[in-house]
Design a protein around this ligand. Structure first.
Ligand SMILES: *Cc1c(COP(=O)(O)O)cnc(C)c1O
Ligand SMILES: [Zn+2]
Length: 408
């Protein structure tokens, strides 16, 4: 039986599962390979008492049970929200509430795997560059195992996310410039000190594996059917690519015949992948224009690691999906819709999945009676910049009842 190993997505070079990042031969992105012939449908369908992502351990790269770090991530609700269906469409809309993970975003899935792997490598600490959520997550999981956690983030990061990281005892440093500058420092620092880099781009080959568990969960929650379309907010895109890999594994196991069309959504303020899609070019270009967006979680200009974007674009196209970008107005309107018409509190980044629905209907990408899953990637409690409204003040009941007008 062949054990797990790493393979370069570009040149095919193979490596044992070590604390390594890009391919030594060609700098390509590394991917974990499994001994698929040894895994059966049971690894998805049958679970003992284990809950959350670790019940899918046959498809995760952590070898020893006592290295699996958990805060109860995964097993998030899949709720129906058909009132979000675009006009004149009778598709079913489901929301996967990744905002309800332990640290409030889906990043707990990749980071749980990344920190577990760091433990397996005997690391004293982890490094991470993040647009906010991944650092909150890394700080929490590092605290869980008693490791140091050093965080590089842009100064524009939502303060709610920064306070999470600081509260968990992470050593947080603001790096001037965009996310790409933070990324560069974390990468260089990891080479310097040898600590694993758990940044959730494609640089760490293990973290993306955690994202696959979303695909397995959705399949099980839809009573063993894969959806027709999955809509994903996309930065570099490991979430989208990881989910597509998860669905492909379900297909390999004969649990499904089809793979959903994966839709990647960006902000027009930072849309390297959507732009390449529009221009029909395979190679994604770094985003060099200034960025000002409420969707900070997906504001990744990919400077220095454009190949990450190309991999995501390739995956989108292979599944028959599309990449789109939404304006700030569209993102905020989608966020309000989610808050007011569904009752789900999410950060604007997560709401782009909702904003995409209308656009998909316009381009006829949603067929009659298809099933659509929107990934609600992060919680609204982390995003504190939208509280402009000041509630009115009353001194007693008379004033109160006049104001509320119960009989209207
Ligand atoms: C990180 C993040 C994303 C983007 O995920 P990638 O895997 O980096 O593409 C989307 N939404 C939120 C809330 C995030 O924090
Ligand atoms: Zn290579």
């Amino acid at each position: 039986m062949r054990e797990l190993f790493l393979r370069c997505r570009k040149c095919g070079s193979e490596y044992p599962m070590q604390n390594i990042y890009l391919c030594n031969a060609c700098q390509g992105i590394l991917e974990v390979q499994y001994n698929y012939s040894a895994v059966t449908q049971d690894s998805i369908m049958h679970h003992s008492h284990v809950r959350g992502i670790w019940r899918f351990h046959s498809f995760l790269p952590v070898l020893h049970d006592n290295n699996k770090v958990s805060l109860g991530e995964g097993d998030t609700p899949l709720i129906i929200a058909d009132n979000l269906a675009p006009l004149n469409s009778c598709c079913s809309i489901f929301l996967k509430l990744e905002s309800l993970n332990p640290s409030g975003s889906f990043k707990d899935r990749p980071v749980a795997v990344g920190v577990s792997k760091a433990k397996e490598f005997g690391a004293k600490g982890v490094l991470i560059a993040s647009s906010g959520n991944a650092s909150a997550s890394a700080a929490a999981y590092a605290a869980r195992v008693g490791m140091r956690c050093v965080v590089c983030i842009p100064q524009s990061t939502d303060i709610g996310k920064v306070s999470q990281a600081v509260s968990h005892g992470a050593e947080v440093v603001y790096v001037e410039g965009t996310f790409s500058n933070s990324f560069e420092i974390a990468k260089t620092a990891s080479q310097y000190c040898g600590w694993p880099n758990v940044s959730t781009t494609f640089i760490n080959p293990y973290t993306v594996e955690g994202d696959k568990t979303l695909a397995y969960e959705i399949y099980l929650q839809l009573n063993c059917v894969v959806p027709d379309i999955v809509i994903v907010p996309v930065g570099a895109g490991p979430l989208l690519v990881g989910m597509a890999k998860g669905f492909a594994e379900l297909k390999y196991l004969n649990l499904t015949k089809k793979i959903p069309r994966m839709v990647g959504v960006q902000s027009t303020q930072c849309a390297p992948i959507a732009e390449a899609y529009d221009q029909h070019i395979e190679q994604v270009q770094p985003w060099l224009k200034p960025i000002k967006t409420v969707a900070t979680g997906i504001a990744d200009p990919l400077v220095g690691y454009e190949d990450d974007g190309s991999l995501t674009l390739k995956t989108i196209i292979e599944t028959g999906g599309i990449a789109i970008a939404l304006s700030e107005e569209e993102i905020l309107a989608a966020n309000r819709k989610l808050h007011v018409q569904v009752g789900v509190y999410a950060e604007p980044t997560a709401a782009v999945a909702i904003g995409a629905l209308e656009r998909l209907a316009e381009v006829n990408l949603i067929g009659e009676s298809e099933t659509v899953v929107c990934i609600i990637t992060g919680h609204g409690l982390k995003y504190n910049s939208n509280i402009a409204y000041r509630p009115p003040v009353v001194s007693g009941f008379d004033e109160f009842v006049k104001m509320i007008k119960f009989d209207s």
